[in-house]
Design a protein around this ligand. Structure first.
Ligand SMILES: [Zn+2]
Length: 202
């Protein structure tokens, strides 16, 4: 095995580090997405103008995102909007104006059946999922007692349950942990009452 001197100064990739994830490019490409990931991003701004692509300069619409890094994309870059993704955006948010889209969240995935316009080959392309990402999925709220994700119960969202328990117990707790605390509190208030009864009986 021959390793050039300059490589000896670098750290070898290990574990889940992936070829292509750290490539240098101005715009988001299929290589940036981890396979089978569903990264969720927030639209920060829309741009239009002449951008530099591999095949030269072209006039394009571009979405810039708020996030720098999310699960599934190590380095978030602006996304050049193609016709398919523009149609999906219109379906999701009824319009493709800056007013309608800035601040909105989208979920991306890899489509393995995109036709390369120059070769006709099937290649991977970035697609916007035709559903609005749910808030709960993007940021799980963790129970401060058991460390598990707080789940929605009945009509209450995870966020509401965390909020109620924050007020009641000073901690974000899951349903099970708050139930345990509730039962403990009930036992503690029940115990002195029993003692009183005994006193009366004597
Ligand atoms: Zn818990």
């Amino acid at each position: 095995m021959f390793i050039p001197d300059e490589l000896k100064r670098l750290k070898p990739m290990t574990g889940s580090e992936r070829l292509g994830a750290m490539r240098d490019s101005e715009y988001l490409g299929a290589e940036d997405l981890d396979p089978d990931s569903n990264p969720v991003l927030t639209i920060a701004a829309l741009y239009n103008g002449s951008v530099t692509l591999q095949r030269g300069k072209e006039n394009k619409d571009v979405i810039v995102f708020q996030e720098d890094s999310v699960p599934g994309i190590k380095k978030v870059r602006p996304l050049i909007v193609n016709a398919t993704n523009r149609k999906t955006l219109r379906k999701l948010y009824k319009a493709v104006t800056a007013d309608a889209l800035v601040g909105k969240r989208i979920e991306l995935f890899l489509d393995h059946n995109v036709r390369d316009p120059s070769t006709g080959d099937k290649i991977d392309g970035i697609r916007i999922r035709a559903r609005i990402p749910s808030a709960a999925k993007a940021e799980p709220i963790i129970c401060e007692s058991c460390g598990r994700e707080i789940k929605a119960i009945g009509q209450f969202s995870a966020e509401q349950i965390a909020g109620i328990n924050q007020k009641r117990y000073g901690k974000k707790l899951c349903g099970e942990c708050s139930k345990k605390l509730n039962e403990q509190a009930a036992q503690e208030t029940a115990a002195p009452a029993e003692e009183k009864q005994e006193e009366i009986a004597e």
